[in-house]
Design a protein around this ligand. Structure first.
Ligand code: ADP
Ligand code: AMP
Length: 245
C-alpha cells in the first residue's frame, strides 16, 4: 500500500488504522540489518516474511528484483537474463547498483533483510563500503546450512506467487487450491531456472563464489548457523532465537 499511488482519502479507515498500529509497534523495535545466505532452496525466502514482520524491515531479494527487470525487459534485465538462465551469477556491478538504490526506500528505515546478496566477496566488500558511508553496519548474517542432496526436491517442487513473493511447495507447503495463491487466488508460477540442470550450475556458483562470503562474515564474528534442513517451523524458532540474542 505504502508504495502505491492510491490517494489517502480513498483508503479504507480500517487499513489506515492497521498501518498506524503497525508503525506504532515498529517504533519500539530495534533497527536490524541482516543478511540471509544459503544455497538455492535452503529456505531464505520462506523465512523472510516472518523476520520482516517481526522487526519491521524491508526484504531485498536481488533474485526477485532481477527477475522483475527481466520480465519488464529493462536494460538491466536484458544484461542479466543470459547469466540467470544458465544459473550463473550476474556481474557484481549490476547487483551492487540495484541494492544501493533499493536500500534508500522508506520501508528500509528500520533496517533490511538482504536475501541472496552479497553472493561474492567483492559484493560483500562493496556492501561494507556503502554501509560505512551511512555510518551503519550489518548486525547478523544467518547462514542457512543444508546438504545439497535435499535441494533438488525443494527446488523442483517450488511454486511462487510472483507479485507477493509467497512461496509454496507441492509436498512441503502446498497451497489450499493447487496452482493458486492462498490469499489472492491468483495463479502460481514455477521459476524457469528451477530445473535439476540449472540447479547444478547454481550450486556450483554457490560453492565456488558464495561460500567464501560465509567465511568473510565468520571472521567478523557476526555469523549464525541455522539447521536449514529442519521443518519450516523449527527453522523459524531457530531464527527467532538467534535474532533475540
Ligand atoms: P530460497 O529462498 O532459499 O531459494 P525458498 O524459501 O524459496 O528457498 O524454499 C525453497 C522451497 O522449499 C519452497 O518451495 C519452500 O516452500 C520449501 N521450503 C522452504 N523451507 C523448507 C523447509 N524448512 N522444509 C521443507 N521445505 C521447505
Ligand atoms: P535467486 O532468486 O536468489 O535464486 O537468484 C536467481 C538468479 O539471479 C541467480 O542464479 C543469479 O543469476 C542472479 N542473482 C541473484 N542475486 C545475485 C547476486 N547477488 N549476485 C549475482 N547474481 C545474482
Amino acid at each position: 500500500m505504502a508504495d502505491s499511488a492510491v490517494a489517502l482519502e480513498d483508503v479504507a479507515s480500517v487499513d489506515i488504522m492497521t498501518e498506524l498500529l503497525r508503525r506504532f509497534k515498529c517504533s519500539s523495535k530495534p533497527d536490524k540489518r541482516l543478511i540471509l545466505i544459503g544455497p538455492p532452496g535452503s529456505g531464505k525466502g520462506t523465512q523472510s516474511p516472518m523476520i520482516k514482520d517481526d522487526y519491521c524491515l524491508c526484504h531485498l531479494a536481488t533474485g526477485d528484483m532481477l527477475r522483475a527487470a527481466v520480465a519488464a525487459k529493462t536494460p538491466l534485465g536484458i544484461k542479466a537474463k543470459e547469466a540467470m538462465d544458465k544459473g550463473e551469477l550476474v556481474s557484481d556491478d549490476l547487483v551492487v547498483g540495484i541494492i544501493d538504490e533499493a536500500m534508500k526506500k522508506t520501508s528500509c528505515q528500520k533496517g533490511f533483510i538482504l536475501d541472496g546478496f552479497p553472493r561474492t566477496v567483492v559484493q560483500a566488500q562493496k556492501l561494507d563500503e556503502m554501509l560505512e558511508k551511512q555510518g551503519t553496519k550489518i548486525d547478523k548474517v544467518l547462514n542457512f546450512a543444508i546438504d545439497d542432496s535435499i535441494l533438488e526436491e525443494r527446488i523442483t517442487g517450488r511454486w511462487i506467487h510472483p507479485s507477493s513473493g509467497r512461496t509454496y511447495h507441492t509436498k512441503f507447503a502446498p497451497p489450499k487450491v493447487p496452482g493458486l495463491d492462498d490469499v489472492t487466488g491468483e495463479p502460481l508460477i514455477q521459476r524457469r531456472d528451477d530445473t535439476p540442470a540449472v540447479l547444478k550450475s547454481r550450486l556450483e556458483a554457490f560453492h565456488r563464489q558464495t561460500e567464501p562470503v560465509i567465511h568473510y562474515y565468520g571472521s567478523k564474528g557476526i555469523l549464525a548457523n541455522l539447521p536449514a534442513e529442519k521443518p519450516p517451523k523449527e527453522v523459524t524458532s531457530e531464527v527467532q532465537k538467534v535474532l533475540s540474542s
